[in-house]
Design a protein around this ligand. Structure first.
Ligand code: ZN
Ligand code: ZN
Length: 131
């Protein structure tokens, strides 16, 4: 397979994993991709994901105490993160443009935001109730 074609295939595989998984870390993407593409190296997966983030095809999510996660959803949205297992859920904000406006001042022109909610996911909440 020509090199360019192989690269395109690698990118496709990584992008599919990104969409199939929920806000995965690079390690999670690597685990998913490797099942079908055993020749894909960890370095390649990390590099491709970094390329997606740099070119605006995916967003890098940096949560405290967690590895960088990647998100293929580019429309403005917030995240809810489970404090126990770290699972990340999308939260649609009804008024994202107004939210951005609130940060506007003479000294600052906002063009994006990061909103993070904390809590427990249903799974962790249920296991907590079992105790
Ligand atoms: Zn949880
Ligand atoms: Zn998201």
């Amino acid at each position: 397979m020509p090199n360019a074609e192989r690269k395109t295939k690698q990118k496709q595989a990584v992008y599919e994993a990104l969409c199939a998984l929920d806000h995965p870390t690079a390690t999670e993407v690597y685990g998913f991709v490797r099942a079908k593409n055993p020749t894909l190296s960890r370095g390649t997966v990390f590099r491709v994901l970094g390329g997606f983030a740099d070119s605006g095809k995916a967003k890098r999510l940096c949560f405290a105490g967690s590895d960088v996660r990647y998100d293929p959803t580019l429309t403005p949205h917030a995240h809810a993160r489970c404090r126990r297992c770290g699972r990340v859920f999308d939260v649609r904000l009804p008024c994202s443009s107004e939210l951005i406006e609130t940060a506007k001042s003479e000294a600052f022109e906002p063009d994006g935001f990061e909103v993070e909610f904390f809590g427990l996911c249903v799974f962790c909440k249920n296991t907590e109730n079992l105790k």
